[in-house]
Design a protein around this ligand. Structure first.
Ligand SMILES: C[S@@+](CC[C@H](N)C(=O)[O-])C[C@H]1O[C@@H](n2cnc3c(N)ncnc32)[C@H](O)[C@@H]1O
Length: 264
């Protein structure tokens, strides 16, 4: 694997994508205003392409970029997606009317650099919106629990951007104006807690890696019990059957300044 991500880190992510799709729709709401016909949109870290399909349904000419070979392959040819790194966007200056990044920018590493790259490819007056998990959300809590149970140092979860002021400062620092930060809720629905544990630990990148370490160490049954117990405490039964687990994220958006004023 040459994309800088550990092998297979995102390969099963498409199982998760449907759960985070409502957050992607929220980002599209934020960049939709004033969209002209055939406007172009870049989805940074577009994963298995669900966000690209949602954007196309709204009339955007949408192009995705993802550094994971597995994800670009999973998206298939129904959507237009290129393999590349958010830290070196292979596009002309001001070539997009808008950009979004649904729970992807937060994993890009040098996020200041990534946002500067985005700011260069979005045209003046164009919008960029990204989502970030709030600190203390349950996938992050599971990551810490699993690492601790395995006697490992919990790897840092990129929640810094889940703090409103950090998220705002990131966009302001890259020259965006009219920056808005919306606290949002995301409801995860599963058939039961077993499915919740299985989905997250076989699909979400970091949890999936911890699961495979637990399996190799013969500790998976114990770790799984811990997670089932946690899921049980968080789960709300749904009237029609199944369970829901509520989580929080930030939807953050900013506009490129007008090129004439430089001020927006
Ligand atoms: C949590 S997934 C989100 C995928 C998609 N946006 C969605 O809503 O389903 C994060 C994605 O970001 C991609 N990614 C992370 N860092 C990246 C980078 N530096 N450049 C390009 N893609 C990146 C990963 O390969 C992965 O597909």
């Amino acid at each position: 694997m040459t994309d800088g991500a550990p092998p297979g880190r995102w390969s099963a992510y498409d199982r998760m994508a449907q759960h985070v799709a409502p957050a992607g729709e929220r980002l599209l709401d934020l960049v939709d205003g004033g969209r002209s016909e055939a406007a172009t949109l870049l989805d940074v870290g577009s994963g298995s392409g669900l966000g690209l399909r949602a954007a196309a349904d709204r009339g955007w000419v949408a192009i995705g970029l993802d550094r994971s070979e597995d994800q670009v392959a999973a998206a298939g040819s129904v959507v237009r997606q290129v393999r590349g790194d958010a830290l070196a966007l292979p596009f002309e200056r001001a070539s997009f009317d808008a950009a979004v990044s649904n729970f992807a920018l937060i994993f890009a590493g040098d996020v200041e650099h990534a946002v500067t790259e985005v700011s260069q490819v979005v045209r003046p007056n164009g919008w960029f919106a990204f989502s970030a998990w709030r600190p203390g959300g349950w996938p992050g809590a599971w990551r810490r629990r699993m690492a601790t149970a395995l006697g490992r140092e919990p790897t840092p979860f990129p929640t810094g951007l889940g703090e409103a002021e950090v998220a705002r400062a990131l966009l302001v620092g890259a020259g965006f104006v009219d920056v808005v930060v919306h606290p949002e809720r995301l409801r995860w629905e599963f058939a039961d807690v077993d499915v919740a544990v299985d989905t997250l630990t076989s699909a979400a990148g970091g949890l999936r890696m911890l699961r495979s370490i637990a399996v190799d160490a013969g500790a998976w049954p114990t770790v799984r019990e811990l997670l089932l117990d946690d899921a049980d405490r968080r789960a709300v039964p749904l009237a029609g059957g199944g369970i829901a687990i509520d989580d929080e994220f930030l939807a953050v958006a900013g506009r490129r300044p007008d090129s004439r004023s430089g001020m927006g």
